[in-house]
Design a protein around this ligand. Structure first.
Ligand code: URA
Length: 207
C-alpha cells in the first residue's frame, strides 16, 4: 500500500501519520517508525540512509555512533546543531539476525523500499523548507536525485533541488558517516567528509 501522506501537513502531523505506515514490509520487524527530528524551520535538512539499531530502540535519528561522528563534523565545520533537521531516506530499521548471537545486523534498503518511503522525505522537505538538503551516502542521494546519481562523481557539489520538489533550495551529497567509521584510513575519510561539511556551511552562509 502506498504511503498515506497528509497534504500540506506540518512535521508533527507527518510524524503522527508515518507512525502507522505500512507502505513496505520493513514495518513488520522494526520496533517503530523513526521519523525526522529537529526545528521545523531549520536551514539545513540532513538525510541519512535509515535508522540503525540504536535509533530503532530510541526512536530518534542519528543517536548512535554515526550520529556522534556527524555531531563532531558539524561542530568542526561551524554548522549550528540547533539549525539542523535530521531524517532518513527510509524510516524503518532493516536488519537480519545472525544464526548465532542476538546483535541485529544492518541491511541496506532496496530501491523499492526507498521509493515506498520517498513521499515522507519529500513531504518533510516541503514542510521544513530548508536552505540546503545534505544527503549522507548513496541511498539518501539517490532517493532525491535519482538512481543514476553517482556520489563519487558529485560529492560536495552544490546542486539544484530535483524538479519534483519544485523548491528553490540547494542539494549536496557527501559520504555517510558510517562509511567514514568503517574506512581503512579513517583520518583521511574524515578529512574528506569534513571538507564536504565545510562546503555545506559555505552554501548555507551564501545568499
Ligand atoms: N545511520 C543513518 O543513516 N541514519 C541514522 O539515523 C543512524 C545511522
Amino acid at each position: 500500500m502506498a504511503a498515506k501522506v497528509p497534504e500540506s501537513a506540518d512535521v508533527d502531523a507527518l510524524r503522527a501519520a508515518a507512525a502507522t505506515c505500512t507502505a513496505c514490509d520493513l514495518h513488520r520487524d522494526a520496533t517503530r517508525t523513526v521519523f525526522g527530528d529537529g526545528p521545523e524551520k531549520a536551514s539545513l535538512l540532513v538525510v541519512g540512509e535509515q535508522p540503525g539499531d540504536r535509533e530503532d530502540r530510541d526512536g530518534q535519528p542519528f543517536v548512535g555512533p554515526a550520529g556522534h561522528l556527524l555531531d563532531r563534523g558539524f561542530d568542526e565545520a561551524g554548522i549550528e546543531r540547533h539549525d539542523i533537521y535530521l531524517t532518513n531516506a527510509v524510516k524503518h530499521f532493516k536488519f537480519r539476525l545472525p544464526e548465532r548471537g542476538k546483535r541485529r545486523i544492518h541491511q541496506k534498503p532496496n530501491r523499492s523500499e526507498v521509493l515506498a518511503c520517498q513521499p515522507w522525505l519529500l513531504a518533510e522537505i516541503r514542510a521544513v523548507r530548508p536552505k540546503l538538503v545534505l544527503c549522507l551516502g548513496a541511498t539518501a542521494a539517490q532517493s532525491l536525485l535519482g538512481a543514476s546519481f553517482r556520489l563519487t562523481a558529485h560529492r560536495g557539489e552544490l546542486l539544484d533541488a530535483p524538479e519534483n520538489l519544485d523548491l528553490p533550495i540547494g542539494v549536496m551529497a557527501t559520504t555517510h558517516p558510517s562509511a567514514v567509521l568503517r574506512a581503512p584510513d579513517r583520518d583521511e575519510a574524515y578529512a574528506a567528509f569534513l571538507d564536504d561539511l565545510v562546503a555545506a556551511a559555505k552554501a548555507l552562509g551564501a545568499d
